[in-house]
Structures are given as structure tokens and as C-alpha cells.
Design a protein around this ligand. Structure first.
Ligand code: ATP
Length: 327
């Protein structure tokens, strides 16, 4: 009987457990032996093999995090560490691997493919920033968390007639900020993909809506905006500028890692299950490295290297619409 492995790598994302469950059960139904690898590629380097069967993945579908644990592994990127990872696979008779993670994890999988391992990448990251797929496991839950918390902050901003500056995750992309900002009617959404004129795009917008009677304001800020060319070093400075320039009391909330946790939404569970099941099927067929993707409302697959080389465009159209309807 052939053996395949499954691991989670990089940042965790709600829905990873649903994907693991589907890989395991889908693989067993395909007649494969399925093992887990703990702590991502580091577990491969250290030989952390977890035997799995149908019941091992019970009771995790609704839980955030990953039952296999995840990690970032510098060792795996060294010649010696990579050789140890390969030895783990060979020693355990594992010839196929499902890698659930971000684009860095995909690059690691491609290296394994060059060494003859059949790999399939599943997009698992809250940022929805993986090329070749319109959706990544965890995005919906993270956005819902941001919206739920922003709604609570709105209540207090409204009572005190304040501006609430809410910083959300997204080191290099503003997808979470855009979706959350649109869903909670933010007066301004700051994302790394769009150069912000703070005077025009933030202060003037707040002032304009104030002149129509609005007394509380939500600003959604992606953590990725801070850096070269941006006039402030953190969200607290943005709040300070709003107060100083407009006389509006402002408070900052950095949502942080709470966005990575929590029970996965139904959407994340469903898409993760479909992706995991397809990954098991692809691994049973062997073949070239594949990436499981989401396109036009369906789960599909494409060549892994080609997927990584595809553009991942920001939705400027949706951004313009979000700004048009907020006010
Ligand atoms: P997230 O979106 O949460 O950051 P990610 O998968 O992009 O997830 P990374 O830290 O970039 O997270 O990558 C995870 C792991 O994949 C790394 O710690 C490393 O072990 C491996 N990896 C990344 N890039 C490469 C590469 N070019 N070659 C081999 N391995 C890699």
C-alpha cells in the first residue's frame, strides 16, 4: 500500500483541520495509507511522523488552528536539513505529500518535487494572497472575526462620537482590510496596494461625512501600509493625526493574532473539505506537482509552478465601490 503524508506549514489558518480531515479520509478511501507530519517542514527534518486513520481526525472539523501543528523551518532550507527531510520521507515509505500553507510552503513543496516526491499544495492562509487561486482557506473566518470585532468597536465609537482606527492583518496585501472595511462600512480603508493621500483620502473624507451629520468613524488599516513612503509609523499615529487635525477623539485597536484563531466559518470548512478531498485524489494519481485552487466558484487544480507564477491582482474595482458606498 502506498503512503502519503500531510502537513501544515507557515501561519495557521482556520479551516486547516477541515482540509487535513478530508486529505486523510479521502486518501484512505483511495486505498492509501496516510500519515501526518507534525510542525510543518521542521517535522519532516526531525522525523515527526503521526500515524493517522479515519477516527484520528474526528472532532477537529469545527476547531481553529491545526491538529498537526505548524512551523516555519529554517533547517528545511539548508542542504543538510533538506537531506534529512528527504530521508524521513524515504524511511517511512512516503512518496506523496499534501502541503497546506502559503506560497513559501508551496516553494518548499516544489523543492521536494524536484527530488521525486509527488506533491500537492493546498492554499491555507488568512491573507488570501496566494497566486493561482481566488480563495485561500481561512480568509472568510478571519474577515468575519474582523467584522464582528469592528462592530463592537463601532458601538463604543458611536456612543462617544469617536473615530476608531482598526488595524488588521495583511503584511503585503490588503485583502482582509478591503473585505472587512467593505463589510463594516469603513469611512476609509488603507491598503498597501494603494498609495494614500492622507489629507484627501482620510481627513477630507472624514470631514466631508461629518458635514453631513456623521459623528463616528471607522478607519480600517492594513498592517502592510506602514513602511517607506507612508507618513505614519503605526496606527496610533494615525489616530493622533485625526484628533490633532480634526478635533475628533480617536482610539486605536490592533486586532492582531485573534484574526488567526476561532472556529472556521461554514465557507472555510466547505472549501477546505473540497480542497482536501481533491488533493487526496490527485496524490493517488501521482503525476506532476499540482496546486489545488479555487476559481469561478469551484475547486480545481493546476500545475504548482505555474500557479505560483500567476499574478494575484488586488480588486481595485471593489475598493472603488467600497469607497463610493461608504459615507
Ligand atoms: P504564510 O502565508 O502564513 O506566511 P507561508 O507558507 O508563505 O505561509 P513561509 O514562512 O514563507 O510561510 O514558508 C513556510 C516554510 O516553507 C518556511 O519556513 C520554509 O521551511 C519553507 N520554504 C519557504 N520558502 C522556501 C523555498 N524557497 N525553498 C524551500 N523551502 C521554503
Amino acid at each position: 500500500m502506498r503512503t502519503i503524508g500531510v502537513l501544515t506549514s507557515g501561519g495557521d489558518a482556520p479551516g486547516m483541520n477541515a482540509a487535513i480531515r478530508a486529505v486523510v479520509r479521502g486518501g484512505i478511501l483511495q486505498g492509501l495509507n496516510v500519515v501526518g507530519i507534525g510542525h510543518g517542514y521542521q517535522g519532516l527534518v526531525e522525523g515527526e511522523i503521526i500515524p493517522l486513520e479515519m477516527r484520528s481526525v474526528s472532532g477537529h472539523l469545527h476547531r481553529g488552528g491545526t491538529l498537526l501543528a505548524t512551523a516555519r523551518s529554517a533547517d528545511f532550507m539548508t542542504e543538510q536539513g533538506f537531506a534529512r527531510a528527504l530521508a524521513t520521507l524515504q524511511d517511512n515509505g512516503i512518496d506523496g505529500l499534501a502541503v497546506i500553507g502559503g506560497d513559501g510552503s508551496y516553494r518548499g513543496a516544489l523543492e521536494l518535487a524536484k527530488a521525486g516526491i509527488h506533491v500537492v499544495g493546498l492554499p491555507g492562509t488568512i491573507d488570501n494572497d496566494i497566486p493561482g487561486t481566488e480563495y485561500t482557506i481561512g480568509f472568510d473566518t478571519a474577515v468575519n472575526t474582523c467584522v464582528e470585532l469592528s462592530d463592537k468597536l463601532r458601538d463604543t465609537a458611536q456612543s462617544h462620537e469617536r473615530c476608531s482606527v482598526i488595524e488588521v492583518m495583511g503584511r503585503h496585501c490588503g485583502n482582509i482590510a478591503l473585505a472587512a472595511g467593505l463589510a463594516c462600512g469603513a469611512t476609509a480603508i488603507l491598503v498597501p496596494e494603494i498609495t494614500v493621500d492622507f489629507e484627501q483620502d482620510v481627513l477630507a473624507r472624514i470631514d466631508e461625512t461629518r458635514s453631513t451629520g456623521k459623528r463616528h468613524f471607522i478607519l480600517i488599516v492594513s498592517e502592510g501600509v506602514f513602511g517607506e513612503g507612508f507618513p505614519f509609523k503605526d496606527s496610533a499615529e494615525i489616530a493622533g493625526a485625526v484628533t490633532e487635525r480634526l478635533g475628533i477623539p480617536a482610539r486605536t485597536t490592533v486586532l492582531g493574532h485573534v484574526q488567526r484563531g476561532g472556529n472556521p466559518s461554514a465557507r472555510d470548512r466547505i472549501i477546505a473539505a473540497e480542497m482536501g478531498y481533491l488533493a487526496a485524489e490527485l496524490l493517488s494519481r501521482k503525476g506532476t506537482p499540482r496546486a489545488v485552487c479555487y476559481q469561478d466558484g469551484r475547486v480545481c487544480d493546476r500545475d504548482l509552478a505555474q500557479a505560483l507564477a500567476m499574478p494575484k491582482p488586488f480588486d481595485f474595482e471593489q475598493y472603488r465601490m467600497a469607497m463610493a458606498v461608504s459615507g
